[in-house]
Design a protein around this ligand. Structure first.
Ligand code: PGA
Length: 254
């Protein structure tokens, strides 16, 4: 059985005060959920030390929204997986569509981030997903296979034993247009089938999260799908009551 995971992706949001209030309010939900579901927040790097201080000793895990392909050196502005581990991060999101798009990160580059994160003790959360045009043209799985293959080529299929996948249709991110549970389930099951063509055991065990306007309203039906193992949540993860309701939906379907 796969344990559900609900992960917040704060993106470029937060103040010292809001981070303190949000994390404090989530500790109870995360502790209550922990026998059945894991809960994590991925924060802007500048807030990670604060999250560590607030969440230490609780069941709430934390991570970064990105990481570099190097562990140290002359790479101005980057954050290394080694540094992120030092601040207690469990996860690093890699290949979010906002980074693939705005920062022109290729699938090969994302695979290097995944590798560096994993080699240095972080669990990479690999985001995959298609644009609206690609969805309309029926190219969803072509896009996703390419994104997954880059990682399989560099790190091998077994690397997914220590990774998480997040299916995030780009047309659903921040738009309020959640994929229907049926659409999402089909893609999740296609992802699992693709991975199973390399290794059935790995495919059956890897957590595949859904992301894209996942909120308190849409989460219950999404999480009821057999191949959806939780959510990667943007906007709705910034409000403690909304995020807690999503956590409860994961617990109810565990
Ligand atoms: P959203 O973002 O929940 O605000 O749509 C999800 C994400 O981009 O991870």
């Amino acid at each position: 059985m796969r344990k559900p995971l609900v992960m917040g992706n704060w993106k470029l949001n937060g103040t010292k005060d809001s981070v303190k209030a949000l994390v404090t309010a989530l500790l109870d939900s995360a502790n209550k959920a922990s026998p059945k579901a894991d809960v994590a927040v991925c924060a802007p790097a500048v807030f990670i030390g604060m999250v560590e201080n607030l969440a230490q000793g609780s069941s709430l895990k934390w991570g970064s929204e990105d990481c570099d392909i190097h562990t140290q050196g002359a790479y101005t502005g980057e954050n290394s997986p080694v540094m992120l581990r030092e601040f207690g991060c469990t996860y690093a999101i890699v290949g979010h569509s906002e980074r693939r798009d705005y920062h022109k990160e290729s699938s090969e580059y994302v695979a290097q981030k995944y590798k560096c994160a994993q080699e240095n003790g972080l669990i990479p959360v690999l985001c995959v997903g298609e644009s609206e045009k690609e969805f309309d043209e029926g190219k969803t799985m072509d896009v996703i296979r390419e994104e997954l293959k880059a990682v399989i080529d560099l790190c091998g299929i077994k690397s997914f034993e220590k990774a998480v996948i997040a299916y995030e249709p780009i047309w659903a991110i921040g738009t309020g247009k959640t994929a229907t549970p049926e659409i999402a389930q089909k893609v999740h099951s296609d992802i699992r089938a693709y991975l199973a063509s390399f290794d059935a055991d790995v495919a059956s065990k890897v957590q595949i999260l859904y992301g894209g306007s996942c909120n308190a309203k849409t989460a219950p039906a999404l999480f009821a799908q057999p191949d959806i193992d939780g959510g990667l949540v943007g906007g709705a993860s910034l409000k403690a009551p909304d995020f807690s309701a999503i956590i409860e939906a994961a617990v109810a379907n565990a």
